[in-house]
Design a protein around this ligand. Structure first.
Ligand SMILES: [Zn+2]
Length: 90
C-alpha cells in the first residue's frame, strides 16, 4: 500500500556525515555523528566558573556585601571578589 504522504523536511535535519535524515531533536545519528544542539539552559551560571553557592553563602554571612557584589564581580572578576568576600567573612 502506497502512502500518499508528502515527505516533509520540517523539524528534521540531515546528518552531514552519512546523509541520513533524522528528527530535529536527535542528538546523535545512527552513524555516530553528534549534532550540535543549541541549548540555553546550560548558560544560566553566567561568567562565573566559581561555585555560586560559595559566593551566596558568603553574601548571606555579610549582607552588606550583597548589593554591590554583582558590580564588583563585573569590575574585578569573580576571583578577586571571592577572595575579598572570604576575607570579610572571617
Ligand atoms: Zn549520520
Amino acid at each position: 500500500m502506497m502512502a500518499a504522504k508528502k515527505k516533509s523536511t520540517r523539524g528534521r535535519k540531515t546528518c552531514p556525515a552519512c546523509g541520513e535524515t533524522t528528527g530535529a531533536r536527535t542528538r546523535t545519528c545512527k552513524c555516530g555523528h553528534e549534532f550540535q544542539i543549541k541549548t540555553h539552559k546550560q548558560s544560566v551560571r553566567g561568567p562565573l566558573d566559581y561555585s555560586l553557592e560559595e559566593l551566596e553563602n558568603l553574601v548571606k554571612a555579610k549582607k552588606a556585601v550583597a548589593e554591590p557584589l554583582a558590580k564588583l564581580i563585573e569590575k574585578h572578576g569573580a576571583e578577586v571578589v571571592l577572595a575579598e568576600a572570604q576575607r570579610l567573612a572571617q
